[in-house]
Design a protein around this ligand. Sequence first.
Ligand code: SF4
Length: 336
Amino acid sequence: MRQLQLQQATFNPPWKLQVAHHRVHTYFYNLIHHTGYPSEFAISITSRCNSRCDHCARTHLTKKGSWDIRDIDYHLLMSLIRQIQKGYSHTNIMLGGGGEPLLYRYFDEFITETRRMLHDTRITVYSNLIALNQHIHPLIGNITKLIASVNFTNAKMYREKTGVDKYHQVTHNLQQFLKEKGDRNPSVKIQVFTATQNMTELQSFMRMWKPFLNTNDGFMIVDLHNFTRFADLTQYYQTPPIYRRFPCRQPFIQFFATASGSAYPCCMGSVLHNTHDRRLQLGDLNEQSVSEILDGDRLNKLRSNHLHGVYPSTCQTCDLWKTFHNYWFKFNDRWW
Ligand code: SF4
């Protein structure tokens, strides 16, 4: 576990207390939310992207010609939203995973309509911000949280790692957005990776952003992950962190829909689908409802395997599990 959410108070002396507070908060959030499955309904509304990040599987698979580039069918998408409205309105909708959500052709209509149908549901958008200036007004007030994937602390590193020279556009877009929204939703979390090169500049990066943040904004500092082996992280970490394996929280929390309508237990679904790895696929939303998919035994089997320390080969090559807190304890050779 090394996901730290640092609020503005990070700049005050007891910032470590703030980090500890958020760790405890996230621990209990996970613990409580894994009982009301799915607490995260993640949807890849498009598999298109305007960046070419070296740390993303999409970039490598696109070069090999094996990335299915498409927008999700609007009727399928709204059918999912209606199903969430009827049976899963407690869930958090997350848009991202395998593409840049703001490139979805019907993004503005979709967000406005979804908020009209789901008044209280939390909606989180993960975005690289390159197209943010075209969607300012639909986003303000309609989504709950914006994960702003700035990711790198300077323009040179951003250009090298993302393959596009857009750092200044991204920072300009974000500053404009923060100014326009003020203290209204969405709460913006500026995402930065814990890459060794970033950490040396982290304090000055945060100091630079401080004047632009509103009372509900902050930072999110996260580990990179390897996208089931497609990203080489050795260039990002001098000393890779070592973790003792524990069950992945995703099959207990997340339901993921790819842009083609396939259902998976985690956001690795986009990668697995494009590599034709169907071992973790739960079903197909083009042919089945969410409840029909959940009635199947694939999810329960996957959960049981993780709890008994039997990790499917796909999960063995993945390292996303370690991004989250270990809220399990081991007793009698089983995790509870
Ligand atoms: S370990 Fe990776 S592939 Fe397996 S369920 Fe978790 S996120 Fe998905």
